[in-house]
Structure formats: C-alpha cells, structure tokens
Design a protein around this ligand. Structure first.
Ligand SMILES: O=C(O)CCC(=O)C(=O)O
Length: 373
C-alpha cells in the first residue's frame, strides 16, 4: 500500500487542458456508466441567487447561536441543526459570522490561480502520498474512473500538519494569507456547529469536540475544486458520488453556477440552490460513526455544464488523525448497539485515497459484525 501511494498509476492529464483542446466529444475515461449520469433537467447552467427552491436543502440562520454564550447552546437553532443532520445530512447556513468580503476574496484568489496557464501550475503537481498541491484525480487505482475537475489541496491545521510553503502557490501570492485567515474563521464556525450538533444529541456541547481530540487536535484542510466547461455534461460528473470521509465539511459554492447534488431520502438527486454568502454544511463519515448513525453522512456528487466553469472551496474539519473513533458511549445501549468498529481517521482516509470517490461504500464497510462487537 505504502508503495502504491507514492505515485499516480498513469500520467496525469489536466481536465482544464482537455476542456481547452476544443474536443467535441469527451475522452472515454470521463464517460460514466448510464446509471451514474446526470438527468438532463439537472444540467441548467446558471444559478439564480435568490431564495432557494422548496426542493433544495434546509437553510438555517445561525445569528442567535453566534450571540449565545457557550453554556447556552440550545433552543430552536440547535434543534434545526440536529434535525438537518438526522435527515438529509446537509444544510445551508446564513448569518454564520464569516465576513462575506473574505469569502468572496478567497474565491477570487483561487480563480486567479486556476486561470493561469497550466504550465504555470505544474510546479505544484501533487502526489498521492500527501495530496498537497495541484491535482486532477483522487484514487490511485490504475484505470479507475476519472472526474471532470482539477483541484488544489492543502492542510491548514493542526500546526504540526500545516502544508509547508513549497506547496502554496506564489501566484496569486494572496492565496496563502487569505486561505489561512479563511481557515481560522471557518474553523470557528465548525466549533460552533460541533457544539450545536452535540447539544442536539442530548449530550454536553463540548462532547463531539472532545471526541475529535479537542480544538487543538482537530485537523483542517481545504480543497479548491475547479470544474472547467464540458462539451458533454450529460455523460460525466465533476466529482463522482461520495460521502466525505472526515468530520464535517463547510462548502463555499460558486456564486453563479449550480452543480452540487445531494442524495435525497428516496434515492433521488436533490440539486442544491446556493444562496449568496451562505455556506453549505454537511456531516462527514466520522460524525456518522461517533453518533452511531444518529447523524447521517450523505452521498453527494457534482454535475458540470457546457456554458460555464465552476469553482468551489471545500473546508474539511476532521478529528485528530491518530485517535481510534467509535460510537460515543452515551449513544450506545443494549437496544442501540455500536454500529461501527473503531478506526483512526488516518487509516480511514486511505480508502478514498486508494479507491477514489465510491458512494457510501467505505462507511458501510466499517459496520461492526455481531460477532466482533
Ligand atoms: O464542488 C462542490 O460543490 C462539492 C465538492 C465536494 O463534494 C468535495 O470537495 O468533497
């Protein structure tokens, strides 16, 4: 395993290069099997940024929660957060405390990077060993499926795991400073949401954070996703269906272009309508494990389109990577036995890094068998 994680199994092709080559038909490696392709009605290019449609995900105003003291994390907002985590596993937050100017500046800085010629970006080409830098695939399996997107991945915390300077783009130079500030602000938001999620389970507000190894132990990383225009969006995906392996994800979606779809309770794909200056939050696999599946880490995927490129900034808030995680004792009983066996996040994330995005197969594979509880 260690060896196969050193290098990519095939030469890396930048999706931006394929898109800009002017091909009318996309190469076969990007074509998804028919049952994974997006339905035609989901391919509308440009988002209308007003009120989200009834069919989108819940919107939660965090204003009152932000103003509350730590001891007073309860009430309607907490209930709304818990209800969303139990139901769809996804929600949008507004009045979340992060300055809209910072959100827009981060997005623009990274747009600046992705608009550079590919030759200027190649020096940051990433390797599967750490994923840090400029990438165009996730799994290391030879011949594995490829998605219609390039990305940039970096670690922001804890201090010991922070990506060294060599991994940061120097053009635009502001990417680093802005992303670090953004990381600190969104981390504060994650800590608040962790408190609300804990209270919504009926345990004390600090419990989930404690399981994550405390605020200083939590890992924070960012992936900036860049989805170029695609001549045949009906055949492919920008990111295949997956659930997020970590704790929680806070997504800054493109302000103009839709693309994110979430698996609804009935198995249907729900297209998210992002509202201006909001974040899209979702539960990751580690919170599903810790809450013994009270909170759901839900499959999602990204569609692309012919008329517009799309950029999103995903910040992943993760548990300390060397702690074995299992359902919290308070949520386990004779009637509700532990659904998952313990595993560290370091071990867990190797799966997605090896196999690429594969629906919910990973967290399912962690299910404890009756004889090993
Ligand atoms: O681009 C998006 O809207 C979603 C990205 C995502 O799911 C991810 O980075 O894991």
């Amino acid at each position: 395993m260690a060896d196969c994680m050193q290098e990519w199994p095939e030469p890396i092709v930048r999706v931006q290069a394929v898109a800009e080559s002017g091909l009318a038909a996309i190469p076969g490696c990007y074509v998804k099997p028919p049952h994974d392709r997006p339905a035609q009605q989901h391919l509308a290019a440009v988002a209308v940024l007003h009120e989200p449609s009834d069919t989108s995900i819940p919107v939660i105003d965090l204003g009152e929660l932000l103003a509350a003291d730590e001891g007073r994390i309860d009430g309607l907002i907490t209930e709304a957060v818990a209800a969303a985590c139990r139901d769809l596993g996804f929600f949008q937050v507004v009045n979340h405390g992060v300055a809209p100017e910072l959100m827009r500046a981060v997005r623009e800085a990274w747009r600046g990077f992705f608009r550079l010629p590919i030759s200027a970006k190649q020096q940051y080409a990433n390797q599967p060993r750490t994923y840090e830098g400029y990438g165009s695939r996730v799994g290391v399996q030879k011949g594995g499926p490829l998605d219609w997107g390039d990305y940039y991945f970096l670690h922001l915390a804890p201090e010991a795991a922070k990506s060294p300077d060599k991994y940061w783009p120097t053009n635009p130079a502001i990417c680093k400073e802005l992303s670090e500030e953004y990381g600190r602000e969104v981390t504060r938001l994650c800590e608040l949401l962790m408190a609300a999620m804990s209270a919504g389970l009926g345990v004390k507000p600090g419990r989930l954070q404690e399981e994550f190894g405390g605020a200083d132990g939590a890992g924070v990383c960012v992936r900036v996703n860049y989805y170029p225009r695609c001549p045949q969006p009906e055949l492919t995906l920008g990111l295949s269906s997956h659930s997020d392996p970590g704790g929680m994800t806070v997504l800054l979606a493109d302000e103009r272009v839709r693309g994110l779809q979430v698996r609804g309770r009935g198995g249907e794909w729900v297209t998210v309508d992002p509202i201006a200056d909001s974040f899209i939050v979702n539960v990751g696999d580690q919170i599903q494990v810790l809450t013994n599946a009270a909170y759901r880490s839900v499959e999602h995927r990204v569609t692309v389109n012919a008329d517009a490129e799309r950029l999103s900034v995903a910040m992943f808030y993760n548990p300390r990577s060397d702690l074995p995680l299992a359902p919290m004792a308070e949520l386990v009983s004779a009637e509700a036995p532990a659904l998952y066996k313990p595993m560290t996040f370091d071990e867990y994330r190797l799966y997605i890094r090896r196999m690429g995005p594969r629906g919910k197969s990973q967290v399912e594979s962690l299910k404890a068998k009756p004889d090993n509880r």
